[in-house]
Design a binder for this molecule. Structure first.
Ligand SMILES: NC(=O)c1ccc[n+]([C@@H]2O[C@H](COP(=O)([O-])OP(=O)(O)OC[C@H]3O[C@@H](n4cnc5c(N)ncnc54)[C@H](OP(=O)(O)O)[C@@H]3O)[C@@H](O)[C@H]2O)c1
Length: 315
């Protein structure tokens, strides 16, 4: 079967599909026929840098999410033909991920999917919408009366978060560092703020802040929060991964709460709630581009260049 395999830092020009052995189902690890997958910023980070980390099992097939059908299973909860999705939990880092035709995936990270959406739209959902869902409801405790500020709103995760919050009835404000992208935010019925300097505190306030730029702007985001508000750091788009010299006493304003979300622990319950919400509110993920698996190199090049919306790959 065909797969993308990384052994070391890999230039996008060197991406190629190679032949590897088709895996076999084993107890706890059903065999999934991949139907499609969304591409994520973290796979770009893996390819250009993280691949050298000790905790990455090399060679590795990348890809932290997929939708597919069970091809073969030795486990009661999964039978041939079941529609499933999987994400995170070591996928594409500690065991082979979705950039391949078939994958064996652990049952604790394999979820039944009940949705009539087509594969292209389904493929855009699992990781992005689950992360948005967890950040907004588990961490920010979002309610319809809230004003939500989404920092880095034109990422796939930003769009999904704005869509979910808007459907709930929140006031939603999104930031972008590119003036020409402001319309993507206003087209969703949200307010757009240009944030080219990473300094918007004092210009805008909200009681819930979703930080997708990360440590680069988190201090400023904390100062955008009303007293009693919550800021959740979920993204690292700004390319800074640590808050160096962070002084929590002085830099977290009194009465403001700081939290973070890590999408490593999805559950069937969360996946069910998420698809139900998407269905009830008729949400469609914003797909920037869709590629066939044979054109994976083009997909990776598009990701590198930067594309508006989620990139999906269909087998
Ligand atoms: N905590 C978790 O478990 C978790 C889970 C999923 C994703 N994430 C993180 O969430 C972030 C978004 O992920 P994604 O997959 O949705 O990303 P994505 O769709 O690949 O978005 C990347 C795009 O965001 C845009 N962007 C907006 N503001 C930016 C800024 N200030 N600096 C750099 N780029 C900016 C860039 O396009 P323009 O420059 O053209 O605007 C870039 O092409 C990433 O940092 C990712 O690692 C975290």
């Amino acid at each position: 079967m065909k797969a993308v395999v990384f052994k070391d830092i890999t230039n996008s020009d060197d991406i190629a599909l190679i032949d590897i052995e088709k895996p076999k189902a084993r107890k706890g690890w059903p065999l999934v026929k991949i139907l499609g997958f969304g591409m994520n910023h973290s796979e770009l980070v893996l390819r250009v840098n993280e691949i050298r980390a000790d905790y990455i099992d090399k060679p590795i097939v990348p890809g932290i999410e997929c939708v597919g059908v069970i091809e073969e299973s030795l486990d009661d909860g999964f039978k041939t033909g079941d529609k499933v999705c999987s994400m995170m939990g070591g996928m594409g880092r500690n065991y082979n991920g979705s950039y391949e035709e078939y994958a064996i995936l652990p049952i604790n990270k394999l979820f039944h999917v009940h949705s009539d959406l087509d594969i292209k739209h389904l493929a855009a959902i699992p990781e992005t919408f689950y992360t948005a869902w967890g950040s907004l409801f588990e961490c920010l405790k979002l309610e319809s009366k809230d004003a939500l500020l989404v920092r880095g709103a034109t990422s796939a995760l930003g769009y999904a978060s704005m869509q979910i919050a808007k459907a709930l009835g929140c006031r939603v404000i999104g930031t972008t560092h590119k003036k020409e992208k402001m319309h993507f935010i206003t087209d969703l019925g949200c307010e757009a703020i240009l944030d080219s300097e990473g300094k918007i505190a004092g210009k805008i306030y909200a009681n819930k802040v979703l930080e997708l730029i990360g440590p680069k702007t988190l201090r400023d985001s904390l100062r955008c929060c009303y007293r009693g508000g919550i800021a959740c750091n979920t993204g690292i788009l700004g390319g800074e991964y640590f808050l160096n010299g962070f002084d929590p006493i002085k830099e977290i304003p009194n009465g403001v709460y700081l939290t973070g979300f890590f999408s490593n622990y999805p559950t069937q319950e969360a996946v069910d709630s998420l698809f139900k919400y998407i269905d009830e509110h008729n949400l469609k993920p914003f797909i920037g581009a869709s590629y066939k698996f044979n054109d994976i190199k083009l997909a990776i090049k598009a990701q590198e260049k930067g594309i508006d919306g989620k990139i999906v790959v269909i087998m």
